[in-house]
Design a protein around this ligand. Sequence first.
Ligand code: ADP
Length: 283
Amino acid sequence: MTLITVVGSVNLDLVARAPVLPRPGETITDATFERHPGGKGANQALAARRMGAEVRLIGCIGDDSEAIAATRLVRDAGVDLSRTRTVPDAHTGIALIVVDADGQNQIVVAPGANRTLAPDDVELSDTDVVICQLEIPVDVVARAVEQAPFSVLNCAPARPLPEGLLANCDVVVVNETERAFYGAALDDAAVVIVTLGAEGAAAFRKGTEVARVPSLRVEAIDTVGAGDTFVGTLAVELASGRALDTAMGMAAAAGAVATTRPGAQPAIPTRAEVTARMQEEDR
Ligand code: ADP
């Protein structure tokens, strides 16, 4: 079976829904509260697992009750957490999210244990494809990409990268905002895939478009997690030897299904759901 190793973040998302966002110094008292497992690493690991791959997650969590909540869904799904390290002196990564009645949000992330992930934690034996994002120290990403037999780097959230890192990537995935942030530097990667929301996705080699796929037509209610679902699915399809455009088509469809349900991890679909929706649309 295909083994996907995800080197990335694990967070617990603490979400308060309030009529309005607070101004500096203001207290809003009539919010409701939910907490959800999150972090781009954990989200993408779950997406790859729900597509049927064997998945190992390399990351760091704190020695606290938040760690149990943050890893509940990946653990239940059978993601291998034997290389997810518990750090005694750090707290589990936390995202404090306030959402107002219009869906606008304010987010503060306290990375905690995610900051302590180190290059020596990267262990890729038997791995077919490695997935990374940018919520962990960049030297860890650099090590993973260097050692990977095949690497998929999701450049999110966008931040400056050391010289040469993109050139070591087999596939880089960005959304339109991230593409604007990096500009022509992205062309250093062998393949760049830009996700285009409801428009699907396009792939480029050295700035030349080589593939474009539509998304499914869906009633999107919450796009949180769509990008992570795209990345996890894409990695599984490429690891199974699918052609780039076929893999992108499946990833775009999976991202679309994720937008039809609230939240990030609970919204991530299984392979069976995605193929059923694709057949309905005759794709
Ligand atoms: P991000 O969430 O990282 O900004 P996108 O919004 O581009 O990424 O979404 C990732 C993928 O999810 C898209 O390539 C597309 O396949 C799917 N998707 C997102 N929004 C929609 C939508 N409104 N309708 C259909 N598919 C969508």
